[in-house]
Design a protein around this ligand. Structure first.
Ligand code: CP
Ligand code: NVA
Length: 314
């Protein structure tokens, strides 16, 4: 059994709303320090299992490198190795991994799988993307916005163009928590889930931000500080691909749409991108695009997240 882990209350990161607004700000500040070179060996002697049901480039590599840079050891477990819920039930996987490692970074299809894993694991479980949320992405995104816009986040506006998906949900909740307004333009049937929109509204009331759901991408983009988009077809939705590509016509981020935003606005995308679908060819290379800084920042913010959650469990 990992040292002391089961005697102290463990903490998970399943939703970005698991973090208090001041904790989000603390993580952003710590990630900035780490990006500037602050060192920590807080994972020395510790191991982290990375349990992935879906493919990944950024999340897998940035977590592996983050654990390594913090002095720990990461073990990647892909879909075929574990057979989560198939070869072995989630409850048993959670309990067994808790006897070997100090944290689980998990990418699942259903968010319920993640919740079940966390409820059986005696160690922190970090959401590396589920169908409902992608909190580490949103934290890295807020870091990128803070870095590029400079100064305070409060009072800025993000225009999200497209699907009210996992990435949109975490970004809406994270933005609302720290006082960043969030306007999402989506076609009918692809809005933020009702419960997420309500939760974001509640957070926004406290922080002074505004959450808006609109149809017209231009309306969302006008004067925005960030223009953000994500794929129209997320992992696991491939069978709806043709329908979705039809429904999202007109929701592409183009240089013309970008020109409606604030002159200092940045263009963001979590990647992978589908050029010619949600983004016009050349958007990643646009002078206002920060997508590769955004990808890099996953590493810095995840080091801060690991430090927060693993320090709390000793
Ligand atoms: N943005 C992101 O999470 O990328 P991966 O799916 O490659 O991890
Ligand atoms: N919404 C996308 C994000 C990938 C990082 C998906 O779930 O596939």
């Amino acid at each position: 059994m990992p040292s002391q882990v089961t005697t102290m209350k463990k903490r998970d990161l399943l939703s970005i709303a698991d973090l208090l607004p001041k904790e989000i700000q603390g993580l952003l500040n710590r990630a900035i320090e780490m990006k500037k070179g602050a060192q920590s060996q807080c994972l020395a002697g510790k191991s982290v299992a990375m349990l992935f049901e879906k493919p990944s480039l950024r999340t897998r590599v940035s977590f592996d490198v983050a654990v390594h840079q913090l002095g720990g050891h990461a073990i990647y477990l892909g879909r075929d190795e574990v057979g989560l819920g198939n070869r072995e039930g989630v409850s048993d996987v959670g309990r067994v991994l808790s006897r070997y490692v100090d944290a689980i970074v998990a990418r699942t299809y259903s968010h319920q799988t993640l919740e079940a894993l966390a409820s059986y694991a005696a160690i922190p479980v970090i959401n590396a993307l589920s169908d409902a949320e992608h909190p580490c992405q949103a934290l890295g995104d807020l870091l990128t916005i803070k870095e590029h816009i400079g100064g305070r986040l409060e009072g800025l506006t993000i225009a999200f163009i497209g699907d009210g998906n996992n990435v949109a949900a975490s970004l809406a909740l994270g933005a609302a928590a720290v006082g960043v307004s969030f306007a999402i333009a989506s076609p009918p049937g692809y809005e933020l889930p009702e419960q997420v929109a309500k939760q974001a509204q509640d957070l926004a009331r406290t922080s002074g931000a505004a959450i808006r759901q609109v149809r017209d991408p231009k309306e969302a983009a006008r004067q925005a500080d960030v223009v953000y988009t994500d794929v129209w077809v997320s992992m696991g939705q491939e069978s709806q691909g043709d329908q979705r590509r039809r429904d999202f016509q007109g929701y592409q981020v183009t240089p013309e749409l970008m020109a409606l935003a604030s002159p200092k606005a940045v263009f963001m995308h979590p990647l992978p991108a589908h050029h010619g679908q949600e983004v016009a060819d050349g958007m990643l290379e646009h002078s206002q695009s920060v997508v590769f800084d955004q990808a890099e920042n996953r590493l810095h913010i995840q080091k801060a997240v690991l430090e927060l959650l693993l320090d709390a469990t000793g």
